[in-house]
Design a protein around this ligand. Structure first.
Ligand SMILES: Nc1ncnc2c1ncn2[C@@H]1O[C@H](COP(=O)(O)OP(=O)(O)O)[C@@H](O)[C@H]1O
Ligand SMILES: [Mg+2]
Length: 231
């Protein structure tokens, strides 16, 4: 079954048309990369899922159901958690309060504050610190932990490696591989070819507001993938 599908989606900010017929879908437990140059509309796909654009044409489907009125909470309520570009940590809430925000939809499942803290012990150590007191890598763990608190079936990450040191990106890769093995679907929006290659099974390339290419990552070298990204 498809967890998330965009079907010929045209989306605008005001009068600015950014998505020009975007079509893709992600099935349960799939690990998919979405790549493309800066400014091509990757985050606009996320924003569209959150109801922050005007959809002039096409459909967004969650679990095979067309959703007409997308809102900020629609995805989370339906088992899709988003780690926003820039992480979206609430600066004046503590680490633990930020985590609890992720559970606002009360979707049942295995994740709890205790389980997230077990996965990321630093989030237990720093539970009472303000969110912004954490390092970039720790903030990314908090953002992922908060997303897991909604007990998702699909985790969308928008450029999670941005601003992270290479050794932290390695940790991120190991984490996403582990979550994927446990059956979590992953949509990885990324420019880091190494991370994409380690985590995803297949890819979509967004160019000029539409999917220009897609395929398996099995037989694609890093150089080839880099060329795809540069379309
Ligand atoms: N809120 C907004 N209002 C108007 N234009 C926007 C807004 N956000 C982004 N854009 C424009 O939409 C285009 C795609 O941006 P974005 O989806 O952020 O690209 P990407 O994530 O691929 O780097 C860019 O030209 C950007 O300037
Ligand atoms: Mg972006």
């Amino acid at each position: 079954m498809s967890l998330l599908g965009f079907h010929d989606v045209h989306a605008l900010y005001g009068n600015a048309r950014i998505l020009n017929g975007v079509t893709f879908s992600i099935a349960a437990s799939e690990r998919v990369a979405l790549v493309g140059r800066n400014g091509v509309g990757k985050t606009t796909i996320v924003n569209t899922l959150c109801g922050m654009t005007h959809v002039a044409q096409g459909d967004v489907e969650i679990r095979g159901k067309k959703i007409r009125n997308l809102r900020g909470y629609t995805a989370a309520q339906n088992g899709i958690s988003i780690v926003l570009q820039g992480r979206g940590i609430i600066p004046n809430l503590t680490v633990e309060e930020n985590l609890l925000l992720g559970a606002a939809t009360r979707r049942p499942g295995p994740w709890s504050v205790a389980r997230v803290q077990e996965l990321f012990p630093i989030l237990a150590e720093r539970r009472n610190s303000p969110g912004l007191a954490l390092s970039g890598g720790q903030q990314q763990m908090l953002a992922i932990g908060r997303a897991l608190m909604a007990n998702p079936d699909l985790l969308i990450l928008d450029e999670p490696s941005e601003g992270l040191a290479p050794v932290v990106v390695d940790e991120l890769a190991a984490l996403l591989i582990r979550l994927g093995k446990d059956g979590l679907g992953i949509l990885l929006i990324e420019q880091n070819v190494g991370l994409i290659h380690r985590v995803a099974e297949r890819f979509y390339v967004l160019s000029k507001g539409a999917i220009a290419e897609s395929g398996s990552l099995l037989n694609v070298s890093r150089d080839e993938l880099q060329r795809h990204i540069a379309i």
